[in-house]
Design a protein around this ligand. Structure first.
Ligand code: NAD
Length: 384
């Protein structure tokens, strides 16, 4: 904890709440990072390896993400240390939200991240007996199923399209490698394949599937329903390679859409893609970023590129509070608009100011948060 206290800065975290339950073995954390622009909202991650520090970093990413899309919400994130494949998953989720019932939904609204699905959001709503406690619930429970509709992956695909358009690169035959074939990766693959991008590689924890002539994404999606992560082995028309090899393939676009800190100083120099669009949160370390910048690799940072899901969640919250149904087409249009505006702005400013897209995006998001803090009477903080 001492270590964490030393990492608190002028933005937060405002609260770190650790919870446990000896009956189920549940261990969890809720981090409310910064609420100057609105109450805390962010997904909850279930993983056997999740740490408090990781959830703090994810909560900070949420602060920038909400500010970047200019929604009046603040950064927060949940973490549950458990195996999402466990037969006790439901009991553990129930114990987690029961332990946090004083904070949900007044200070934090539950949402989905790695390891959790719409069915889990439904459990949260049932345990707390309140539809307003979670986003990402199935439609039957008044929610907007942003994972099922692939809102984050749709946004990632739009970010790729926006960057290609700005660089005058045609979509047809542009090659893409995707790490992670979960909620984000498979939706990005589907929407990009529909626009004639050639998806040459996808990976899951089980390995990397590669075919330089392109993978049949529809077929992969169908196979995945039965095979799960084993889909990379079940698909016959391609070779299976070792994990990590998808990052260094000779492709135009790389989409990390699995875990954090996988592009590092050890592999950054081997990356061939000229464009990296970060579907995952925090996939690139700062040392790797320096190497990539020296190689002129363009990065669309996580809190810009993977904001499709939070745009859908924000619209969903507004609609639910006013008892309205959500039109998925309107959500897709809003995601498309925000992605194209933000990516164009970043690329234009990066070229003019000769600094990285991440630094530009961070300064835009930070200044929005700082302005809100100043308006609330904080005189110790100034614009960057
Ligand atoms: P998910 O659990 O649905 O899927 C994760 C995928 O990554 C699976 O296919 C898994 O097999 C694969 N994977 C895990 N470790 C891997 C490794 N080392 N190498 C290759 N593949 C690996 O998760 P998700 O919801 O798609 O989230 C993926 C990333 O996107 C996370 O960083 C998450 O924080 C971020 N994200 C998700 C959303 C969302 O709406 N789901 C929104 C924003 C950001």
């Amino acid at each position: 904890m001492e270590n964490l206290l030393g990492k608190i800065d002028q933005f937060g975290p405002e609260k770190i709440i650790c919870v446990s339950d000896s009956k189920t073995g549940m261990r969890g954390v809720l981090v409310i990072d910064n609420t100057a622009r609105g109450m805390g909202k962010g997904g909850c991650r279930m993983s056997p390896d999740v740490t408090v520090e990781e959830v703090c970093r994810l909560a900070r990413t949420m602060t920038w993400k909400w500010a970047m899309v200019d929604f009046a919400l603040g950064g927060a994130k949940g973490g549950i240390k458990a195996d999402p494949g466990s037969s006790d998953k439901e009991k553990i989720i129930r114990a987690y939200v029961r332990a946090l019932r004083k904070h949900i939904p007044d200070e934090y609204i539950f949402g989905l991240d790695m390891g959790l699905t719409e069915a889990d959001a439904a459990i949260v709503v049932d345990e707390l007996d309140d539809l307003k406690t979670s986003m990402g619930t199935p439609q039957e429970l008044g929610g907007f199923p942003y994972d099922e509709l692939g809102a984050t992956g749709y946004g990632v695909a739009e970010a790729v399209k926006a960057a290609c358009s700005k660089k005058k690169k045609s979509f047809r035959n542009t090659t893409v490698s995707i790490q992670g074939f979960g909620a984000v990766g498979r939706a990005a693959a589907k929407f990009l394949a529909e626009e004639d991008f050639v998806i040459v590689a996808v990976s899951t924890v089980e390995g990397v599937l590669y075919n330089p002539a392109g993978l049949d994404i529809e077929k992969l999606l169908e196979l995945q329903q039965e095979a799960g992560d084993e889909v990379v082995k079940a698909y016959e028309d391609g070779q299976v390679m070792n994990l990590g090899e998808e990052l260094t393939l000779n492709v135009d676009v790389l989409i990390p859409a699995a875990i954090q800190d996988i592009i590092t100083e050890d592999n950054a120099a081997k990356i061939n893609a000229e464009l990296i669009v970060e579907g995952a949160n925090m996939p690139t370390t700062s040392k790797a970023e320096g190497i990539l910048a020296a190689n002129n690799t363009l990065i669309i940072p996580d809190f810009v590129a993977n904001a499709g899901g939070i745009i859908a969640a924000g619209v969903g919250m507004d609609a639910r509070n006013s008892c309205q149904r959500i039109d998925a087409r309107e959500v897709y249009c809003l995601i498309e608009e925000k992605m194209h505006d933000n990516v164009s702005l970043l690329l234009e400013r990066a070229e003019k100011e000769e600094i990285s897209t991440r630094e530009i995006a961070k300064s835009i998001a930070q200044n929005r948060v700082i302005k809100a803090m100043q308006l609330r009477g904080n005189k110790n903080i100034s614009l960057v």
